[in-house]
Write a protein that binds this ligand. Structure first.
Ligand SMILES: NC(=O)c1ccc[n+]([C@@H]2O[C@H](COP(=O)([O-])OP(=O)(O)OC[C@H]3O[C@@H](n4cnc5c(N)ncnc54)[C@H](O)[C@@H]3O)[C@@H](O)[C@H]2O)c1
Ligand SMILES: C[C@@H](O)[C@H](N)C(=O)O
Length: 376
């Protein structure tokens, strides 16, 4: 393990010569400004000069999923189109390709990632690549590789180049032994999915790099996210997006969770705004580096009732998927986000009725049956 050998040599050197002005006995690890991964001798760390008045230069990984395109749009509004690079391993649709910088980036390719960060003078990184809960269970080796090995690459690159790093975690980072109603920030976390395990690992590694190397790591645990113009990537909360599309297109919906399965959910605009807000928050406001954020909690049957106010003839059946149901039954029902609210002023804007109104204003609330009636 050359990297570890290198690391312990560097630790010894720092401890022998405390160049950062700290006393050895009380040496705070954040004074150790070296990189966790060996790099070539001519590499210059923290070479990006980035003053508070500059806009950050942003890279989003896994940007073609449910959340990345919306995040790029929001960040481009704030920081300028060319300061935000979207990346993924998939081919972007024309609408994305022509809306701002897009590049290929596989997070498992460490050298390529480093080249992108260096060549584009990246200062902020939003790490969205992941396999979600249900697809993760269907392909554990791939989920382990993308969600864990990929994260290690991201952490090392971010630490080496002095980046501010955002990594989303999830309600899925909790498990059956966690308190579920409500679930606080700090409690037992023993998830039973590879997705959850990899997210707990991400939280802990990010916090460790923060305290050990001074990495500016910031992490929010998202609830299930609901969006109108992007499709979810294979999670347990996907039903809460699918119902809107099926209601509008077909007037019927088959739900893969039981009617009384309560889960925390959030409209995408709140989620992306929270992400920007926590990234912009002054460090001294962050008493923690990983926060729960919350907006609403509902069951399929409560969502159906609200949707039926717009599509009264919607027919709903239940065909429970055993894998997804077991996952949902181990996740929080109500998320306690009081620390986020207190520390950096988090406040959601969308509750259930507002969410449903907004979804239908995007997708069109005229139900298939009333549409047919109007045509006739
Ligand atoms: N959507 C939600 O409800 C939700 C909730 C909680 C947390 N999150 C987290 O937010 C992030 C984004 O979620 P999402 O819903 O957009 O996910 P998604 O599944 O829709 O998209 C993930 C993207 O990662 C990309 N990817 C896969 N392997 C890759 C690789 N090797 N290199 C680069 N990219 C790769 C995929 O091509 C895909 O576009 C994830 O980390 C997820 O865990 C999402
Ligand atoms: C909750 C979240 O992480 C994702 N939507 C999933 O269900 O897997």
């Amino acid at each position: 393990m050359p990297a570890i050998r290198n690391l312990s040599r560097a630790v010894k050197q720092v401890l022998q010569k405390p160049g950062c002005g700290c006393q050895i006995a009380i040496l705070p690890v954040r004074c150790l400004g070296f990189s966790p991964r060996q790099v070539t001798s001519d590499a210059s760390f923290h070479s990006v000069s980035f003053s508070e008045t500059d806009h950050p230069r942003v890279l989003i990984t896994g940007g073609l999923g449910q959340l990345g395109v919306g995040l790029a749009k929001l960040l481009r509004k704030h920081f300028g189109k060319n300061n935000v690079i979207l990346s993924d391993i998939r081919k972007p649709p024309d609408s994305v390709f022509y809306s701002g910088p897009f590049i290929y980036s596989d997070i498992l390719d460490y050298k390529n990632l480093r080249e992108i960060v260096v060549n584009n003078r990246i200062t902020w990184l939003f790490h969205y690549s992941a396999l979600l809960s249900a697809v993760g269970e269907a392909n554990v080796p791939l989920a382990r590789s993308v969600n864990i090995t990929g994260l290690h690459n991201i952490l090392d690159i971010a630490a080496e180049h002095g980046l501010r790093l955002f990594v989303p975690s999830t309600i899925g980072a909790f498990g059956p032994t966690s308190p579920r109603n409500p679930t606080p920030d700090l409690c037992v976390q023993r998830p039973r999915t590879i997705y959850g395990v990899s997210k707990v690992h991400a939280e802990l590694m990010g916090e460790y790099y923060h305290y050990r190397y001074g990495l500016d790591f910031r992490c929010l645990r998202y609830p299930g996210i609901i969006s109108a113009d992007t499709q979810p990537g294979g999670g347990t909360t996907d039903y809460a997006v699918q119902i809107f599309h099926d209601a509008v297109k077909m007037g019927k919906f088959q739900c893969n969770l039981k009617p009384d399965t309560r889960l925390p959910m959030m409209y995408i605009n709140d989620c992306l705004r929270a992400t920007l807000e926590v990234m912009e928050a002054p460090s001294e406001r962050l008493s923690m580096r990983t926060y729960n954020i919350s907006a609403m909690s509902f069951t399929p049957e409560q969502l159906v009732q609200e949707v039926q106010k717009h599509v009264p003839e919607l027919q709903v059946t239940y065909n429970v998927d055993a894998v997804r149901q077991a996952i949902a039954d181990s996740w929080p029902m109500i998320f306690d986000d009081s620390n986020a609210r207190q520390d950096w002023g988090w406040k959601h804007e969308y509750d259930l009725p507002e969410l449903v109104n907004t979804m239908f204003s995007f997708l069109g609330s005229v139900s298939p049956i009333s549409r047919i009636a109007r045509i006739n």
